[in-house]
Design a protein around this ligand. Structure first.
Ligand SMILES: [Zn+2]
Ligand SMILES: [Zn+2]
Length: 340
């Protein structure tokens, strides 16, 4: 079968490898679409695994079943979650699924940018979900990103009526703006440097937008919130400057959710005086559990979270390098998917 193997950002090769053989409890899935995630573009992350077949947001058809698999038949349309927790370890018992050692193992082989993936038995058991008829494969690639945002919203302590500022109007920002509305935010403001993304933010849940290149975010925000600042700031880029801006723009008693990571060793200078006397809270979130993927699918299938229009570009397996370059520019694109 064909795979796109990543050797480096400017070196992704189309290669032939044997299709995976499956064992008891496992499933072979023919990949029809796989989202390109921001993490695939982080060179510190991808390069440390290279050479590697990236892609962890696959959806497709069930192609073969290992012995003992129940609930699936060949031809079923499915979402595959690459991560599942064990449910019984210390972290799982506290609901911190993404800290579970089992969760940290990758449950799909070789990776989503391939014609077929083998899905490990425990993943088949807990987090392979049937896609409803009306939901296309491209939109279904947004189940995992939506689930990650749902986990972020659950962790960040958003309350009904909150005024929310979202830094970064990429696909995560647009999912957060929709979810904030669902969670009862009274005002959602999105900020970005790219005019196209701000226009999209207005279509996908933001009440107002601020072009951080042309306008002063602080003035705009204070005006919109009657001087109070944001009750919640969601920082989607993995950037120190954006995180510091988020801390500054959170109002007294406000929470700041850090969504995009920094490389290992990356530090964030924080003015503790302001943090403490303003009772601001820094919250982080990482990935999502099988509860979140189900919630995401429910919200997407009922159009509570709108995914139509979020996928802006599709590329074949032989074009992954181009796809990555386009997504990394972060200009007139939102979700980029690979369609083997
Ligand atoms: Zn991802
Ligand atoms: Zn566990």
């Amino acid at each position: 079968m064909r795979v796109a193997k990543y050797y480096g950002r400017d070196d992704v090769r189309l290669e032939q490898i044997p299709a995976p053989e499956i064992g008891p409890g496992e499933v072979l899935v023919q990949v029809k679409a796989c989202g390109l995630c921001g993490s695939d573009l982080m060179e510190w992350y991808a390069d440390s695994k290279a050479p590697v077949v990236l892609g962890h947001e696959p959806v497709g058809f069930v192609s073969q079943l290992g012995s003992g698999v129940q609930g699936f038949t060949p031809g079923d349309r499915v979402f595959v979650h690459h991560h599942v927790p064990c449910f019984v370890c210390h972290y799982c018992r506290r609901g911190n699924y993404s800290s579970c050692p089992t969760f940290r193992e990758n449950g799909i082989y070789p990776g989503g940018f391939a014609e077929y993936v083998r899905v490990r038995a425990i993943n088949v058991q807990w987090d392979v979900l049937h896609l409803p008829d009306g939901l296309g494969f491209e939109e279904a690639t947004l189940i995992e990103p939506t689930a990650c945002a749902i986990r972020g919203v659950k962790r960040c302590g958003m309350q009904i009526g909150d005024k929310v500022l979202i830094i970064g109007a990429g696909v995560s920002g647009l999912l957060f703006s929709q979810l904030s509305r669902l969670w009862g935010a009274s005002l959602v403001i999105a900020t970005d440097l790219v005019e196209y993304r701000l226009r999209m933010a207005l279509e996908f849940g933001a009440d107002a937008v601020v072009n951080a290149k042309a306008q002063d975010c602080e003035t705009q925000l204070l005006e919109a919130t009657g001087g109070a600042g944001a009750d919640l700031v969601i920082v989607t880029p993995g950037s120190v400057a954006a995180m510091q801006q988020g801390l500054r723009l959170a109002g007294k008693g406000g929470n700041v959710l850090i969504y995009g990571p920094l490389p290992p060793g990356g530090t964030l200078p924080v003015e503790v005086h302001d943090l403490l006397f303003s009772e601001k809270t820094l919250v982080t979130t990482y990935s999502c559990g099988p509860d979140d993927t189900r919630t995401a699918l429910d919200l997407i299938r009922r159009d509570r979270v709108r995914t139509k229009g979020l996928v802006t570009h599709r590329f074949g397996l032989d074009e992954v390098e181009r796809a990555m370059r386009l997504a990394a520019q972060a200009t007139e694109s939102l979700k980029v998917v690979i369609t083997p």
